[in-house]
Structure formats: C-alpha cells, structure tokens
Design a binder for this molecule. Structure first.
Ligand SMILES: [Zn+2]
Ligand SMILES: [Zn+2]
Length: 172
C-alpha cells in the first residue's frame, strides 16, 4: 500500500494539517499515512497546494497513482518541485543572518542576504548528527571539489531569482 494518496474529500469535515483550514467536500485532498500512533496507520489530510509544498515527494507519488485529472496540476507540480529544492545540497541560498563562517576561509559570510552555498558536512563526531556547512560563492568550488560541472550543478539545485542567478554565475 502506498503511503500517500489523492482523493475527493468525502465530507467537509477534514482539516488541512498544514494551514488548519477545512477541506471542502468533494474537493481533491492529499493524504499522507503515518504509523506513529496507530499500527493500522492514520491519515493526515492536506489541501493539494499545502501538501505539495510540505511533502513534495509524497505529492508526486500520489499524483502518479491518481487516475483522474487534477486541476492546476502544472502549478502544483511546480510548487512541489520548488519545495523539494529546499532539501537539495549543495545549493545556493541567501544567508538569513551574517553569522555563519565559511568552511573554506573561516571568514564570516556577511552581511545578511549575501548568497552562500549550503552543503552537508561530515557528521558531528560527538553526536553523529548531520550538519550543514556554509561557503562563500568564491570559495565553494575549491572546497567542494565537485565532479563534472560543479557550477552548473549548484545553479540547478538552487531556487534563485534572475538577479541572484546572475550574481552567482559571476561569483562562482
Ligand atoms: Zn491547507
Ligand atoms: Zn570563504
């Protein structure tokens, strides 16, 4: 059995787990099953738009299995793709603060809003936890030593506007 599905809401009583608004009867909703509290599994329901943004992979799987037409599917898929990018590494993002230090040159990546590269560092030796590392754009390709066209990979992984993309393209 699949762990996600899309179906028409049978009643108007279900609430979206993301935005907490109710899901209209007969409108399409996305369900994600969880076995956390119940061995038979319990379904969490989402508006399609909310589900695509929160669980992009489950959304794609559910779309693949739904036999009917889904209104606005192209826009929903674009939302899911955009959401999935938040988890890709390495990628470029605007620094939410100016506090992180570059793993290559140890200088701060500042000010806030400066484009930086996020990547997966080796797990913390004490806790075994995965942890993100940050790099200046100019330090990124040296530090990461990616195979193939690292610059193209970084740009493809990143959700940037045109101006940010141009900046990244120039600085990498
Ligand atoms: Zn919602
Ligand atoms: Zn640096």
């Amino acid at each position: 059995m699949s762990d996600s599905k899309i179906e028409a809401a049978k009643t108007g009583r279900s609430k979206c787990r993301s935005c907490r608004e109710s899901i209209e009867k007969d409108s399409l909703r996305m369900g994600v099953i969880s076995f956390q509290f119940d061995s038979d599994g319990s379904w969490s329901w989402f508006h399609l738009k909310c589900g695509a943004a929160l669980h992009p992979e489950s959304f794609e799987a559910a779309v693949g299995e739904y036999p009917g037409d889904i209104p606005d599917i192209d826009a929903l898929r674009a939302d899911a793709k955009k959401a999935a990018r938040k988890f890709l590494t390495p990628r470029i993002e605007a620094a939410p603060s100016g506090r992180a230090a570059c793993q290559e040159c140890s200088e701060k990546i500042a000010p806030k809003g400066t484009l930086r590269v996020v990547f997966d560092r080796d797990p913390d030796p004490d806790t075994g936890m995965a942890r993100p590392g940050y790099l200046h754009l100019k330090c990124a390709l040296t530090h990461l030593a990616l195979e193939g066209d690292g610059k193209a990979l970084l740009l493809a992984n990143s959700d940037l506007d045109d101006q940010q993309r141009a900046t990244a393209d120039a600085e990498l």
